[in-house]
Design a protein around this ligand. Structure first.
Ligand code: DQA
Length: 145
């Protein structure tokens, strides 16, 4: 099994950006964490981060026929991007949404998730552990189907 793990804008600045919300670990730490979680689950992973909506759409389109599932933290595009929602629907790969922070207890504008409408499950507020949960959830989902 192979999964694509996508991260959206400003997640490359983990460690620097609002550490009281997102923690002090860096994007490189997140990559290492995701690779370790994938190894533990016995799946392959490919990671991609971009600050550009179209690049994320291209990555989702490019996943079709190549990977079995998608883990996505669309970051700020979560709350604005119909293009990312449509791309997820277009490829119709099982996708799991992750947010490091507990978006439900934050600002009003973070209460809508477009991408989440195309996801089988969402993990919020668990920090890096949300990605591990997502990988295991996808693996279990695909094993059953
Ligand atoms: C985030 C939450 C989003 O609202 C925010 O724009 C981000 C990160 C999270 O992981 O908690 O950039 O997706």
């Amino acid at each position: 099994m192979k999964f694509l793990v996508l991260n959206g804008p400003n997640l490359n600045l983990l460690g620097l950006r609002e550490p009281e919300i997102y923690g002090r670990e860096t994007y490189a730490d997140l990559e290492a964490y995701v690779r370790a979680a994938a190894a533990e689950a016995g799946v392959e992973v490919e990671l991609f981060q971009s600050n550009h909506e179209g690049a994320l759409v291209d990555a989702i389109q490019g996943a079709w026929g190549r990977v079995d599932g998608i883990v996505i933290n669309p970051a700020a595009y979560t709350h604005t991007s119909v293009a990312i929602l449509d791309a997820l629907k277009a490829v119709a790969l099982p996708a799991v949404e992750v947010h490091l922070s507990d978006v439900k207890s934050r600002e009003e504008f973070r209460q809508v998730s477009y991408a989440g409408m195309a996801c089988i499950r969402t993990f919020i507020g668990l920090g890096f552990a949300g990605y591990r949960e997502a990988i295991f959830h996808l693996k279990e989902y695909l094993s059953k189907s």
